[in-house]
Design a protein around this ligand. Structure first.
Ligand SMILES: [Zn+2]
Length: 306
């Protein structure tokens, strides 16, 4: 759980974070979030316009409820209403990737644009769509689930049960899995040394480190992940015609190691006109895209609900 008190121009004044107490159930989680939020609000309760919150979907932003949140409890979880009561403030809930997209759009330093596509590549792969100057939610408020769009029906199985989803190729765990599979065939690798000699200890971080040092297996795995991300983003370019594509999440912190094959794929296969002038960049706010995005969302939603 990460919380911040900030202003409408995206400045964070105070922040706090702590683990999610999963063993204490919904009550414990609400208590922890409340405690952290009250700590950053301090004596400024009267000056706080609203609370905005990003959480992993699926969720209903209007009702402020989560559906079967994987990190909390099963069922319909009314997190928004519960926090509204405990904090005595308006609370707005939104998908975490959408919130991060808002942060990068308003405060990420990418210039003024009406068309920005944000994709996070981390434990999972998700996205937030800003199109023609607004956040796109869709009929069931689940737009942007790019992680589970299929780019190879014969590809590896995904967490969702389908084969060849973007997430099954590009997420941190998928990168580690691909590297472990190659290591099992040919264990003679710097990558294995970096993981202390055990294949099971290989993770996305060790793969990235080995790739930077030129290890052939690691280079190949990162190139493959970047290329698959590129295929996904060519589809995005054709579908939405974004001006700026922002890549965030832990895996994106490897910069050009991931983005170079994406650029190649876009250059080689995207249609000329929608791809012309499209910028591909990493998140300007790095790990704070979501926190700063929540500030933007709090301002927007409290203005439109008045
Ligand atoms: Zn999937």
């Amino acid at each position: 759980v990460r919380v911040a008190l900030g202003t409408g121009d995206g400045a964070i004044l105070r922040r706090a974070d702590d683990g999610t107490p999963r063993d204490r159930g919904l009550e414990g989680v609400v208590a922890r979030i409340t405690e952290l939020a009250k700590a950053v609000i301090g004596d400024d309760h009267d000056r706080v316009a609203a609370v905005a919150m990003g959480a992993a979907g699926p969720l209903d932003p209007k009702a402020g409820v989560l559906y079967d949140p994987p990190n909390l409890v099963p069922g319909v979880v009314p997190l928004g209403p519960l926090l509204k009561t405990s904090l005595q403030l308006p609370v707005f809930l939104e998908n975490d990737a959408n919130v991060a997209a808002m942060g990068e759009w308003r405060f990420g330093g990418h210039g003024k644009t009406d068309n920005l596509f944000y994709i996070t590549v981390s434990t999972g792969v998700g996205a937030g769509i800003i199109a023609d100057g607004r956040l796109i939610q869709g009929f069931n408020a689940t737009a942007g689930e790019i992680g589970h769009t299929v780019i190879d029906p014969n590809g590896p199985v995904c967490n969702c049960g389908a084969h060849g989803c973007v997430e099954a190729f590009c997420s941190g765990p998928s990168i580690a899995r691909a590297a472990r599979a190659l290591l099992a065939e040919d264990g003679n690798s710097l990558l294995l040394d970096l993981a202390g000699g055990t294949i099971e200890a290989v993770n996305a971080r060790t793969v990235a480190e080995a790739a930077r040092r030129g290890d052939p297996i690691a280079v190949r795995v990162f190139h493959e992940a970047g290329d698959k991300l590129g295929i996904a983003l060519v589809n995005v370019i054709h579908l939405l015609s974004p001006e700026i594509i922002v890549v965030g999440g832990g895996v994106s912190q490897n910069g050009e190691l991931l983005l170079e094959p994406v650029r190649q794929r876009i250059q080689n296969t995207a249609m000329k006109l929608p791809a012309r002038g499209v910028q591909l960049v990493t998140a300007g706010l790095r790990q704070d895209s979501g926190l700063v995005g929540a500030l933007a969302l709090a301002i927007d939603r409290s203005n439109s609900s008045q």
